[in-house]
Ligand binder design. Structure first.
Ligand SMILES: NC(=O)c1ccc[n+]([C@@H]2O[C@H](COP(=O)([O-])OP(=O)(O)OC[C@H]3O[C@@H](n4cnc5c(N)ncnc54)[C@H](O)[C@@H]3O)[C@@H](O)[C@H]2O)c1
Length: 288
């Protein structure tokens, strides 16, 4: 995609963090903005900030884990602006824990938002984009957790690995049908946003029974919060990288290049059929 002025960007999870930063970056290019988000107060605040800046904007309350909500997001975007050119399937949540200790509700919540949210986005929007037959780009937000398998975050890794492979398959499927619609997969490491507090948007129907957390769980949550808030690359920098990838038609957006050593180690583990290396720990310089 080369022309952005007046085009339309739809961003799920657009009321906070990476999604809001992408929306602001696209608005700087003169794009019209549609934000879909489940958190009403944050959504209203984000919409008001665009309106104050004179940016054409629409906010749609939307739970991406529900197909009808995502269909309604598409319909609202088309009704208001007549077209869609950039779709960012970005809404996400990040429960942690040991894989056998996570509850079914943990799995349903995380996979519902992180995986089904993207599935719903593709099912709603891709047929429309193909029919529209104008240059368009889909950005699915995965994570480096979609390229690695660190301990203590199995659910999140499962969800993000799914988004990586779904987007790789999407890339091939689109290529077989059109030269107008492209895709990218966004794989950030830690970036300071609200992600460590994603329980704030967990639906009551998928809440866990109240209980005292173990010292291990508290330590893991603290470590995640510390890692997220210590991230040196900002949401605005990530948004710049996303915009560049759309303009340059680049598929993989790996925002923290230093992580590539860990990705290579995992790939080597697979190719050499050795046990998985814990890449979250410092690695010796030479692998045997
Ligand atoms: N921040 C990081 O370190 C990091 C790293 C890698 C990947 N990511 C991914 O980036 C994406 C954006 O997260 P963020 O870091 O900006 O966090 P964030 O919490 O600041 O933003 C996430 C947004 O998604 C919304 N959301 C949550 N559940 C939703 C639902 N069911 N339907 C619609 N919207 C919903 C939230 O209300 C929020 O506005 C997520 O997919 C996350 O997994 C974040």
């Amino acid at each position: 995609m080369q022309d952005f002025e007046g085009r339309v960007a739809v961003i799920t999870g657009g009321a906070s963090g990476l999604g809001l930063a992408m929306a602001r970056r696209f608005a700087r290019e003169g794009m019209r903005i549609v934000l879909g988000d489940v958190q009403r107060d944050a959504l209203d605040g984000a919409v008001a900030s665009f309106e104050e800046a004179g940016v054409p904007v629409l906010g749609v309350a939307c739970d991406v884990s529900r197909q009808p909500d995502v269909d309604a997001l598409r319909d609202a975007a088309v009704a208001r602006f007549g077209a869609v050119h950039v779709l960012c399937n970005n809404a996400g949540v990040a429960p942690g824990g040991l894989v056998w200790e996570n509850t079914l509700e943990d799995w349903q919540w995380c996979l519902g938002v992180n995986v089904y949210g993207v599935i719903h986005g593709l099912r709603s929007f891709v047929p429309f984009l193909l029919q529209q037959a104008e240059p368009a780009h889909i950005v699915n937000t995965a994570s480096v957790a979609g390229l690695l398998s660190p301990p203590g975050m199995g659910i999140y890794c499962v969800s993000k690995h799914a988004v990586v492979t779904m987007t790789e398959c999407l890339h091939h499927d689109l290529a077989a049908k059109t030269d107008k619609v492209r895709a990218s997969v966004l794989c950030p490491a830690y970036v300071p946003t609200g992600i460590a507090d994603s329980e704030r948007n967990r639906p009551d129907a998928l809440s866990n029974p109240a209980r005292e957390k173990s010292a291990d769980e508290v330590a893991r949550e603290e470590a995640l919060r510390h890692a997220v808030h210590s991230g040196r690359i900002t949401a605005e920098q990530v948004a710049d990288m996303v915009f560049d990838a759309i303009r340059d038609e680049r598929f993989y957006v790996i925002t923290h290049p230093k992580i590539k050593g860990a990705i290579e180690t995992r790939m080597q583990d697979i190719l050499l059929e050795r046990s998985p290396t814990d890449t979250s720990r410092p690695q010796p310089r030479t692998q045997t």
